[in-house]
Design a protein around this ligand. Structure first.
Ligand code: 5U1
Length: 679
């Protein structure tokens, strides 16, 4: 038996280099040169070749980012060179004093210059890491720990797409250790917390904690979903690498090797240059997609750095110039409960107004009742509030030493603060809800807001204040009432002239033409987000079929488990909901009937499939159900009778068998594309 021929080996290597180069352009330079689809094709070809020749798979292949879960705890790692910390400067005076110390010490050592060149870098608010490359391959990723001993988080570091698994050079150094900061972009952080709060899970206090927590996940597939990113700013141990003579040279060399550096570093002229840089970055800060808590100045010349040396664990040649705190101390006046669309009660702290992160904050969210209890926030407490970027202000912690004796414990209300209905908290659920449903004005308002939102019915101009007025005046009780509004009625509302009333009426008219998926999403059925609304629409094709489906039929839909199925069924069984839907349709809401191939005419109908490897968008059972829904058969082993093998991540021997027998392999993406659009 011969192994793969030279041509295959060469193609695999060529694909890997090509993919790595595109990764570099995309993640490091932020300047991709090929469309995503082309990149996906390269990855797919590599996956196919590796599936057919598993002996060619190496840990540094771009297909091998998410590996197995390591056994047990994180292994301690002693850093070969300590990971230093930085002294802080909080004012111009502190920075000037730093500049003077540096100049005096250099002068005492015979270095006489007028303006010392510094490098300025944004100080990323993330988790410090050290990565070790041996012969160009990533062999270790460790957290900072106490600076001497950290934890081995290699399996998680590998999942960060901006981290190269191989250095971008044909002559790699024997050893190169690089230091940097792993961070979670603001958007990813907000999304992660939004989902955690929805499930009643613990939320992260800030992106820094989220990044650190994500690095300490045992399961690397969890970390892979967290969208972490990284900037490198220094080196530790090196062997066989020509160390540049300056910090700016190091940053350039790292970037050239594929190790992403901040795009905002600058070479600065003396302390005045540093202070100007601080102002520039402070202005940029709100628009940066990640959190920074200051800037770092470093003497550029490495020989001068050596001369300056260290005090304890901090270098004398660098300092962090911190931005004013985004955390401040204030007092909780009271805690109120807001009622959301599904009746969920969210505790909101009303605060003694405090200036933090550039704005005055007087409210902070506590996410859910468990979070309030966990943090033990009481009315009258001194608390630390944090505001970062556009993130909703929140209470980080209570300052217990300052708790007044009359601080009041907050109880979950037994009655809805808006409509007076009972508040229920089901066994095992973190979220307490008002059971008033649409008889509760708060739920009605929130449901209408959701109904009108851009990704639902997209009713332009129907904003929060207008909805409040429409509900409070009794003009609108259900979404269907919106479509019965007359221009004259609208004109009677505050801040509504004839022109804006007509405009709103036009927007309502326009929104009537929608899609089934958007309509389903707009109904606000619990547990039915956009993705589920899409699959339900795709699976059933018509509203009638969906409304008639029982729980068993609903569970035949990919991604629909027992909870979603029971919510959907309950929603459509409720007479009030059926009436609202009928009214909406009677008032002209409509959508095109999808032209869908019948199961028997689908190109996969009657074909035999085998699944191998892990799919990224669904479980194997779900994939099986989807195939069966178009009339395909799914078997467990590859034979000459198999028509297609669907290959996920880390495929088993079935992919190799398919290649041996000449059975075509499909990537998950290709398969899904063909499912929807046909071949
Ligand atoms: N950008 C940047 N962050 N940061 C953190 N540079 C930088 N340098 C550091 C640290 C702790 O330490 C070196 C000066 C040793």
């Amino acid at each position: 038996m011969g192994g793969p021929d030279k041509k295959v080996i060469a193609e695999v290597e060529r694909l890997r280099r090509e993919i790595e180069e595109h990764n570099y352009r995309y993640f490091v330079l932020d300047a991709p040169t090929i469309p995503d689809a082309e990149y996906d094709r390269l990855m797919q070809r590599l996956r196919e070749l590796e599936a057919a020749h598993p002996e060619l798979i190496t840990p540094d292949s771009p297909t091998q980012r998410v590996g197995a879960t390591p056994a047990g705890e994180f292994r301690p790692v002693r850093h070969s060179r300590p990971m230093l910390s930085l002294d802080n400067a909080f004012s111009e005076e502190d920075v000037t004093a730093f500049g003077k110390r540096v100049a005096d010490r250099l002068r005492a050592n015979g270095v006489n210059v007028k303006e010392i060149p510094f490098v300025g870098e944004p100080k990323i608010d993330g988790a410090a890491v050290s990565l070790r490359y041996e012969e160009g391959k990533l062999v270790l990723g460790a957290t900072r720990g106490d600076g001497t001993v950290g934890e081995d988080v290699t399996h998680n570091i590998r999942t960060i797409r901006g981290v190269p698994l191989r250095l971008r050079t044909r002559k790699p150094p024997a050893v190169l250790e690089v230091r940097g900061e792993v961070f979670m972009p603001k958007k990813a952080f907000e999304e992660l917390n939004r989902r955690a709060a929805e499930r009643g899970e613990k939320v992260f206090a800030n992106p820094r904690n989220a990044a650190a927590g994500s690095l300490r996940q045992l399961d690397p597939s969890v970390t892979a979903r967290r969208q972490l990113d990284v900037f490198f700013y220094g080196v530790g141990e090196t062997e066989g690498w020509r160390l540049p003579g300056t910090q700016s040279g190091i940053l350039e060399a790292l970037q050239e090797l594929g190790l992403k550096t901040s795009p905002d570093w600058e070479l600065l002229d003396g302390i005045q240059g540093c202070l100007t840089y601080y102002d520039t970055i402070a202005k940029k800060r709100p628009d940066l997609p990640y959190d920074i808590d200051g800037v770092v100045y470093k003497v550029n010349d490495l020989e001068w750095q050596r001369v300056l040396g260290f005090v304890a664990r901090a270098p004398r040649w660098a300092i962090a110039h911190k931005f004013p705190a985004q955390e401040e101390l204030t007092i909780v006046r009271r805690v109120e409960f807001q009622v959301g669309r599904t009746g969920a009660l969210t505790p909101v702290a009303r605060l003694e107004p405090v200036f933090v992160g550039g704005v005055t904050v007087s409210n902070a969210t506590l996410h859910n009742f468990d979070e309030l209890r966990r943090k033990d926030v009481r009315e009258g407490d001194y608390v630390i509030v944090r505001r970062a970027g556009d993130v909703i202000p929140e209470i980080v912690s209570v300052v217990l030493e300052k708790r007044p004796p009359d601080a009041r414990i907050v109880e979950l209300p037994t009655r809805c603060p808006v409509c007076g209905s009972e508040v229920q908290r089901l066994e095992g659920e973190a979220v307490a809800r008002c059971v008033g449903g649409l008889s509760c004005a708060a739920q009605r308002k929130e449901s209408l807001r959701h109904f009108a939102s851009r990704r639902a019915m997209d009713i332009e101009g129907l904003g929060t204040e207008l909805i409040d007025q429409l509900v409070e005046s009794g003009l609108v009780k259900t979404p269907a009432d919106l479509y019965a509004l007359e221009v004259e009625q609208l004109q009677g509302l505050e801040r509504m002239g004839e022109k804006s009333a007509k405009k709103l009426k036009d927007a309502l008219e326009k929104s009537k033409q929608t899609t089934l998926a958007k309509f389903l999403y707009a109904l606000g059925i619990r547990e039915v987000g956009e993705a589920t609304a899409n699959t339900l629409a795709e699976h059933f094709g018509s509203l009638e079929a969906l409304m008639d489906a029982d729980e068993t039929q609903l569970q035949e839909v990919p991604d629909v488990g027992p909870v979603v199925a029971s919510r959907v069924r309950a929603f459509f069984q409720e007479p009030h909901n059926r009436q609202v839907i009928a009214d909406l349709i009677a008032r002209g809401v409509n959508w095109p009937v999808p032209v869908r191939p019948k199961a028997s005419s689908h190109p996969f109908s009657g074909k035999t499939f085998v699944l191998t490897g892990t799919l990224s968008t669904m479980t194997r059972d779900e994939a099986k159900e989807r195939l069966m829904s178009v009339g395909a058969k799914v078997t467990s082993s590859v034979t000459r009778n198999t028509d297609y093998v669907i290959v996920g991540e880390n495929p088993g021997s079935k992919a190799a068998k398919a290649s041996q027998l000449g059975v075509p392999c499909l990537s998950e993406e290709e398969w899904l594309h063909w499912m929807q659009n046909g071949r």
